[in-house]
Write a protein that binds this ligand. Sequence first.
Ligand code: RB5
Length: 147
Amino acid sequence: MKFYIGSDHAGFDVKAPVIEMLKARGYEVIDLGPENKERVDYPDYAKKVSQAVAREKDSYGILICGTGIGMSIAANKIDGIRAAHCHDHYTAQMARAHNDANILCFGERVSGLGVIESMIDAFCSTPFEGGRHTGRVEKIMALQKSL
Ligand code: RB5
C-alpha cells in the first residue's frame, strides 16, 4: 500500500510515529507536510493529501488534526475521496469494509498512539467487502456531482 500523509499543527506530534508505524509494516509513505509545528490551516493539508490520493489509483491517505473532524470535512470536498473520521479499531475496519474509505482521519487530541496503531492495522488489513456495499458507495460518489 502507498500512503500520503498530512497534518496540521495540532496533529503534527503524532505524524512522525504514524509514518514509522506504516514504514515498519512495509508501506510506502509520502509526507506532504507540514515540516514543523507552526500554526497552519488544516484544509490546506487536507487538499494536498486528498488530491494526491484522488489522482493516484490504489493510493491511500492519512490526515491528522486535533480532532480529525476538520480534516475529514475538508477531504470529502475533493472528488473521488471517501475520508473516514475514525476513533477505534472497529470504525477503521468498517470504514474499509463497508465504505471503501481511501483516507483515514483521526485526532491527536482524541486518540492515543495505541489506539492510532490499532486503527492503522484495521484500515490496512481490511479489504472492501463489495457486494451490497458497492451500490451504496457508488451513490455516495454520485452525490458529489449533484447539487
Ligand atoms: C486546531 O486548533 C483545530 O481546530 C484543528 O486541528 C482540528 O481539530 C479541526 O477540526
